[in-house]
Design a protein around this ligand. Structure first.
Ligand SMILES: [Cu+2]
Length: 158
């Protein structure tokens, strides 16, 4: 009974002294705009008659903790997904990802042959020289805005 009381008391003390919020702080300790540095990127020009595009960028993690990119939003589309390319019987297919890990003290490169940000249902085409605002969403509910230039499809292969 004494043991039970002491467990109860310590749980209660933990509760009022903020053990729970302390735990939360460990996760939310990172300020994304300081931790994640956007190095470069662009959005692909749309092919006439199509409503999809993709964004590519390099993000560098300046911290000792892995950071998870969990989604992307933008005013240009309500459907933006994180994707990867997979080979299935020698056919390249795209697969939706729930998150992209940006490893501690490392970079992650989203590029045409690898992971990328897929933009669906564009209401109007994207032309070279335009700029696209993307809100990157991270695991701790923080966001970071990046502004990417639209690049022509031709320059993508040069
Ligand atoms: Cu894709």
């Amino acid at each position: 009974m004494k043991l039970l009381i002491s467990i109860f008391v310590s749980t209660f003390l933990c509760f009022i002294s903020g053990c729970y919020s302390e735990h939360n702080e460990v996760i939310n300790d990172i300020t994304i705009t300081d931790a994640i540095v956007f190095e470069q990127g662009y959005v692909r020009e749309t092919i006439p008659g199509t409503t999809t595009s993709a964004a590519y960028l390099t993000l560098k993690n300046m911290t000792d903790t892995d950071v998870l990119l969990t989604g992307v939003t933008s005013h240009i589309s309500e459907r933006i997904e994180l994707h990867n390319h997979d080979f299935n019987n020698d056919i390249m297919q795209m697969r939706k990802l729930d998150q992209v890990v940006i490893p501690a003290n490392e970079k992650v490169v989203l590029e045409p042959s690898g992971m990328h940000i897929m933009i669906f249902d564009l209401e109007k085409g994207l032309q070279a020289q335009e700029r696209v605002h993307l809100n990157l969403q991270f695991f701790n509910a923080q966001t970071q805005e990046v502004v990417l230039p639209v690049r022509s499809i031709k320059t993508e292969f040069h």
